[in-house]
Design a protein around this ligand. Structure first.
Ligand code: ASP
Length: 351
C-alpha cells in the first residue's frame, strides 16, 4: 500500500492525491457506450498542469477504481487507513471521488478522522477529464491548491474534510448532491461556504473549524445497522412496524415533513414509541433541503418528540446516517449514541 511519488515538481506542501474512481477518470466503453472507471495514469496524463504546482504530489489509486455507487463503509475504513497511515508525511489530502455518494464519504470521514488538523478535500467532476468541456481540471487543480494552502504560522488553512466543486469549498458533512446534470452539483444548504474560488480563492475563515488538539485519532469501526425512511401521506402501518421490529436494527433516520412534522396517526406514534422503548435511536431529518427541524413548532412535531424521536436539527441525511454508523461503531449503549446525536461533533449540525 505504498503511494508512488510522481516526478512532479517538489516543494512547499506535500499532498497525497487519492483516486477512488468516478466520472472524472472515466472513459466510454466502445462496446456499451457507458462510462467506466479508467486508469489513474491516464487521468494524470490529461492534466499536464499538475507539473506546474509548487507542491509535491504523490498519488494513490484504488484498485480497481469504482463508480461511487459502489462505495461502502468498508471502503471508508480503507480511506481512513490510507490517510492515517500517511498522515505525518503529507500536509493535505485530495480524494478524487464519484459525485453520487461523495457527500456520504465526506461525512463519514469527517467523523472517523477525529482531531483532524490537515485538509482532506474531496472532488470529482460531471464530465470526464478527457472531454473538452470537462469541469474536472478546475476542480482538481483548485482542490490541490486548497489542500496545500497554509496560514502564516504554517498551519493548514482548511483543517477539515471539505468538498470542492464548481468554485465552492463546502464543509463535507454539510453538503448534498443537488444536480445530476449541472456543473454546480453540490450545495451546503444550511452552512456557509468555507471558501469561494474566483480570480482568487477567498477563504471565509470565520466558518472554518479551529482544531483544539493535534493528534489524529482515527476511528475505523462503523456499524451500519441503520436505515433511512421517508414519510409520505398514505404510509402503511405494517411496513413501518416491520422496520421497527427488525432485530439488529439500531437506528432510523426518519425523513419528515417541513420543520420535522409527521402524521398524527396513533399507530405511527405508538410504533415510534415502541422503537424507542426497544432502544432504537430515531432521528428526525426534514425532507426539506434548507432549514431546521423544530419539533416544538407544531403539534405534529411535538408528538414525535414525546415518542422519543431526536431532532436532527439542520443536518443532512448523509451526515445523520454516517454519524450513526460511527457512533454505533464506538458505543454499544444507545443512550450514548443518543447523547452524541444531540451534539455537534465536527460542525455537522447547528444546535
Ligand atoms: N456515477 C458516477 C459516480 O458517482 C457519477 C460521478 O462521478 O459524477 O461514480
Amino acid at each position: 500500500m505504498k503511494p508512488q511519488i510522481s516526478n512532479l515538481k517538489p516543494q512547499i506542501s506535500k499532498i497525497l492525491l487519492i483516486y477512488t474512481g468516478g466520472t472524472i477518470g472515466m472513459n466510454h466503453n466502445p462496446q456499451t457506450g457507458a462510462l467506466e472507471p479508467f486508469d489513474f495514469e491516464h487521468l494524470l496524463s490529461r492534466v499536464p498542469e499538475l507539473t506546474q504546482f509548487q507542491t509535491e504530489i504523490a498519488t494513490y489509486q484504488f484498485n480497481p477504481p469504482i463508480d461511487s455507487s459502489d462505495m461502502s463503509p468498508k471502503l471508508w475504513t480503507e480511506l481512513a487507513h490510507i490517510i492515517a497511515d500517511h498522515y505525518e508525511e503529507y500536509d493535505g489530502f485530495v480524494i478524487l471521488h464519484g459525485t453520487d455518494t461523495m457527500a456520504y464519504t465526506a461525512s463519514a470521514l469527517s467523523f472517523m478522522l477525529e482531531n483532524l488538523t490537515k485538509p482532506v478535500i474531496l472532488t470529482g467532476s460531471q464530465l470526464p477529464i478527457g472531454q473538452l468541456r470537462t469541469d474536472g481540471k478546475e476542480n482538481l487543480i483548485t482542490s490541490i491548491e486548497i489542500a496545500a494552502a497554509r496560514r502564516q504560522d504554517g498551519t493548514a488553512m482548511v483543517p477539515e474534510v471539505g468538498i470542492y466543486f464548481n468554485g465552492h469549498l463546502m464543509r463535507g458533512n454539510r453538503t448534498t448532491k443537488q444536480s445530476a446534470d449541472e456543473f454546480d452539483a453540490f450545495e451546503s444548504f444550511n452552512y456557509p461556504h468555507l471558501a469561494d474560488a474566483g480570480v482568487e480563492i477567498t477563504y471565509h475563515d470565520e466558518f472554518i473549524l479551529k482544531p483544539q488538539t493535534s493528534n489524529l485519532k482515527p476511528q475505523f469501526r462503523l456499524d451500519n445497522n441503520v436505515i433511512i425512511f421517508s414519510l409520505f401521506p398514505g404510509i402503511r402501518e405494517d411496513l413501518i412496524r416491520h422496520i421497527i421490529a427488525t432485530p439488529n436494527l439500531r437506528a432510523i433516520v426518519m425523513r419528515t415533513f417541513g420543520s420535522g412534522n409527521a402524521p398524527q396517526s396513533p399507530w405511527l406514534l405508538s410504533a415510534l414509541r415502541e422503537g424507542t422503548r426497544r432502544g432504537k435511536v430515531i432521528i428526525n431529518i426534514s425532507q426539506c433541503l434548507q432549514g431546521c427541524v423544530e419539533m416544538g413548532r407544531y403539534d405534529t412535531g411535538y408528538q414525535l418528540q414525546e415518542a422519543g424521536v431526536i431532532s436532527g436539527y439542520d443536518g443532512t441525511v448523509e451526515a445523520a446516517v454516517t454519524k450513526l454508523m460511527y457512533l454505533q461503531g464506538k458505543y454499544d449503549d444507545p443512550e450514548l449514541v443518543r447523547k452524541f446525536m444531540k451534539q455537534s461533533i465536527c460542525g455537522e449540525i447547528t444546535v
